[in-house]
Design a protein around this ligand. Structure first.
Ligand code: MN
Length: 312
């Protein structure tokens, strides 16, 4: 068990917002197949400019966009155009390659939520890209001390007897928890899973470990129950879990692959087909977007190395 504090990262682009990143971190690359946690806001769109991310590619992963408030418009190269609202899951399976854009809508007052990535296992990482919009199931849990009810929204996988219809490629769970102030909840979990709690609001205590705003609380495998409690403020947190992902992966920019050379080829295709506009029908396709795609950064001067995802 450990608590990871976030580091601040500018998201890039004009009028960029800054996000708080807790995965990957110095200690670990993944929690289950979850491999990336960015937490943003709450920012007022009028002050911070909202989210404005022009078309960019992804490979070898799924992206999860989950909002606490505000509204984002997603567009991608398989023809999706979808508003993302709080309580709804937008899941994009990049597989062999996709491009997408994300922008706060003009009506959005706030931008506040998380962007998560899931690494695809070897046998599925070249699947054709697709996009799902899901209204996930919710469970109401009474608190142990009669302090009200906790609300659990299961956006990926199964928890508390409900299952999200979202497509997954490895044993995984993702859920939003809202716990009233001064209360505690006991939650049965899969003992084969490792878990993480990203705290958005309040102070969350999990099996004796505390996390505050933007912290990630990590819990090893082998637990059958988690005891969660709040302090003087209500808690909102994201629970992520899964069986440890054992394949070494290379993560660079928006790509997940297995080798340096594979990343170089994926980057070259993005630059040639999309940024230079030579083949809109190539690996990444075309996003119907009013503006230029984001060019890939230069490759580092050293060779990228696969990072072990789980310590023995
Ligand atoms: Mn993206």
């Amino acid at each position: 068990m450990s608590v990871v504090r976030p580091r601040e990262v500018p998201l890039g682009g004009l009028r960029a917002i800054t996000v708080r990143r807790t995965l990957p971190n110095r200690e670990r690359t993944t929690i289950g197949a979850w491999c990336f946690i960015d937490h943003f806001g709450p920012h007022r769109v009028a002050d911070a400019g909202g989210m404005s991310v022009a078309p960019h590619p992804h490979t070898g992963l799924q992206t999860v966009s989950w909002l606490f408030s505000g509204e984002i418009e997603h567009r991608d190269s398989v023809g999706s155009r979808q508003l993302v609202s709080p309580g709804q899951l937008n899941l994009m399976t990049a597989g062999r390659g996709i491009a997408h854009s994300e922008e706060s809508t003009v009506d959005s007052v706030w931008v506040h939520g998380v962007q998560l990535w899931v690494a695809l296992p070897e046998e599925y990482r070249h699947v054709g890209p697709f996009f799902e919009h899901v209204v996930p199931p919710r469970v109401v849990l009474p608190t142990m001390n009669d302090a009200g009810e906790a609300l659990v929204t299961v956006f990926v996988g199964s928890l508390l007897g409900v299952e999200s219809p979202a497509k997954t490629f490895s044993p995984l769970v993702g859920a939003e928890l809202v716990i009233p102030a001064q209360s505690s909840v006991e939650m049965p979990v899969n003992p084969d899973f490792e878990h993480g709690f990203l705290v958005d609001q309040g102070t969350l205590r999990v099996n004796g470990e505390f996390g505050e705003h933007a912290d990630l609380i990590y819990l090893d495998r082998g637990l059958t129950h988690l005891e969660l409690s709040s302090g003087s403020q209500p808690v909102r947190a994201i629970l992520l879990g899964g069986t440890p992902f054992t394949e070494p992966i290379v993560m660079w920019w928006n790509f997940i692959a297995r080798t340096h050379d594979e990343i170089v080829a994926l980057r070259d295709e993005w630059q040639r087909d999309v940024v230079e506009g030579l083949d809109a029908g190539g690996r990444y396709g075309h996003v119907n977007f009013d503006g230029l795609p984001i060019p890939a950064p230069e490759m580092p001067s050293v060779r990228l190395r696969a990072r072990a995802t789980t310590r023995a």
